[in-house]
Design a binder for this molecule. Structure first.
Ligand SMILES: [Zn+2]
Length: 302
């Protein structure tokens, strides 16, 4: 009898343990992305705060809210690549599952900050209560650090777009490319005390990157971000042409609506982009899109 009871108790305790495990599974799932990011230790008040001590402050009440929070927050690293090496910290990023949403648009602006265009763009974004992503150049951040600070303070995401955008210097080798990323990271970190780990190759990676580039970026913790909708604003297009380029590509590629990544420019001379922007935002709002910032959960463009 005692043996039977013992057996019964053992089975019960196994059941109870299993039940507790099942019941806590969602919590375990919630903890996984957080744990993965502890090493990244972003410290911006606008960013996803994932340091352990801040856990309760950022954990929303439901799983759904959490996924929205994580998918739509900028992420930064408090250390540069070389600082991570010096401290023997991991340099590569932890793997994350890409977030495929329903009608998600990522507005991206390259080549700034620019004293004329960027502040107006920031005003327009603020009026519309939406966030975007800015891929900045080291040379321009040196000239306009206050504008970079404003982008950051207003909760937009910042990415590295090389130091000088000069193809013949940049694309000599994977090393010359990453040297420009490192240099720009340091310039950004001097202003913000954090550095981004998203980057975008000037002119795009196609035709410029070999496998070696991809390997080195992965090892050093960079996420190369492409685009799948081009505004065509790099040419002399007028605002109405830019808008119609965007509408046309968006409507014809609804398979991209889970992660539409729109390329625009806020660099010098792109006043037509600024003119088109309110109409671009209205178009996406009317179509029911949500505006997200790029981070490690953003799916690859293609
Ligand atoms: Zn560019």
């Amino acid at each position: 009898m005692a043996k039977k009871n013992f057996l019964f108790n053992t089975i019960c305790s196994v059941c109870v343990t299993f039940f507790i495990f099942l019941a806590s599974a969602p919590l375990i799932t919630l903890a996984i992305p957080t744990t993965q990011f502890i090493q990244l230790a972003p410290i911006s008040s606008n960013s996803q705060l994932v340091e352990k001590e801040n856990l309760t402050a950022v954990l929303p009440e439901t799983n759904t809210d959490l996924s929205i929070g994580i998918n739509n927050e900028p992420e930064y690293d408090m250390f540069t690549y070389s600082e991570r090496q010096e401290r023997n910290l991991p340099t590569g990023l932890p793997a994350t599952d890409p977030y495929y949403g329903n009608k998600i648009i990522y507005l991206t602006f390259d080549d700034g900050p620019d004293p004329e265009n960027t502040p107006i763009i920031l005003d327009i974004l603020k009026e519309n209560s939406i966030k975007a992503t800015f891929f900045v150049l080291g040379t321009e951040v040196l000239k306009y650090p206050d504008i970079l600070k404003r982008i950051y303070d207003e909760g937009h995401a910042i990415g590295n777009h090389s130091y000088n955008h000069i193809y013949r210097e940049l694309y000599q080798s994977a090393n010359t490319y990453t040297e420009q990323l490192h240099h720009t990271d340091e310039i950004i970190k001097n202003v913000l005390s954090v550095r981004p780990h998203i980057s975008r190759a000037p002119g795009g990676s196609a035709g410029s990157f070999t496998k070696h580039y991809w390997d080195i970026l992965k090892t050093q913790g960079y996420i190369e971000v492409g685009w799948n909708i081009s505004s065509g604003d790099a040419s002399n297009a007028k605002a109405d042409q830019i808008l119609s380029n965007i509408i046309h590509q968006t409507k014809n590629n609804n398979f991209l609506w889970s992660h539409a990544i729109l390329l625009m420019h806020d660099g010098k001379g792109h006043t037509e982009t600024v003119k088109a922007l309110p109409h671009i935002i209205t178009f996406y709002k009317e179509q029911g899109f949500d505006f997200h910032v790029i981070n490690s959960k953003t799916p690859s463009a293609w």
